[in-house]
Design a protein around this ligand. Structure first.
Ligand SMILES: Cc1cc2nc3c(=O)[nH]c(=O)nc-3n(C[C@H](O)[C@H](O)[C@H](O)COP(=O)(O)O)c2cc1C
Length: 209
């Protein structure tokens, strides 16, 4: 079993990375491997809603000059996902939002019925707003939200400060443990032919009657 982690921060080895690593360590104890994909400092353009990705384009975005399609390709085989972002002006950071819009517009079915969880890292404030924002992607795509004992955040401006946030690190370890447990249960279900139900045909009314 393998978990794909996406770090929206431009800071390699920064605060968000520190939190993700704590989750990864706990996943390892449950025989779950993981990798962190760092957006880094590259630009991620926003979704233009063209819809070509939905016309039998193999869950690929038409813009091929950044990491979006790399993640979509890896998502085909990943068993679970962690999305981490620093808080910028009480929201997820801009690159992360552009990335998430395109990932879930082009590849929503790749995430369906797989465990997913979002975490945020902030110096001080805006965590719950950013956390709610990211959770929208999990909720709307029928992902299985990983439980945790508090809202998924760490505080700090440096990795050292994040490590001092003992409660935040406990939350991250709890996420890792719970996600590992969920993945093992799902594997067990699959081995016992308990299959994921097919998505019902979509009904869209656009509020027009
Ligand atoms: C443009 C910008 C906006 C920020 N806005 C906030 C904010 O609204 N609230 C907050 O607590 N920290 C804010 N921060 C600080 C970062 O969220 C915080 O240091 C975070 O832990 C950095 O994570 P990273 O090292 O993974 O990038 C901001 C940082 C930047 C660069």
């Amino acid at each position: 079993m393998h978990v794909l982690m996406v770090n929206g921060s431009p800071n390699e080895g920064g605060c968000t990375y520190t939190a993700l690593t704590e989750i990864a360590n706990e996943l390892g104890k449950c025989d779950v491997t993981s990798e962190i994909i760092q957006i880094g400092k590259q630009g991620i353009r926003g979704c233009i809603g063209w819809g070509k990705c939905r016309e039998k384009n193999g869950n690929q975005c038409v813009f091929r000059d950044d990491v979006v399609n790399v993640i979509l390709e890896k998502a085909k085989t990943a068993d679970g996902f962690v999305f981490g972002s620093p808080v910028y002006f009480a929201s997820a950071n801009g690159s992360m939002v552009s990335l998430m819009d395109r990932l879930f517009y082009a590849g929503r079915s790749l995430f369906r019925m797989k465990p997913g969880v979002c975490i945020v890292s902030a110096r001080r404030a805006g965590t719950t707003a950013a956390y709610d924002q990211l959770n929208k992607y999990i909720e709307v795509s029928e992902m299985i939200m990983v439980p945790s004992p508090y809202w998924n955040m760490v505080h700090g401006h440096t990795p050292e400060e994040v490590k001092q946030d003992e409660e935040g690190m406990w939350i991250m370890r709890s996420i890792g443990q719970n996600m590992g447990w969920m993945l093992n249960i799902l594997k067990n279900a699959q081995q016992n032919n308990i299959c994921v139900p097919e998505a019902l045909p979509a009904v869209k009314t656009n509020f027009i009657r």
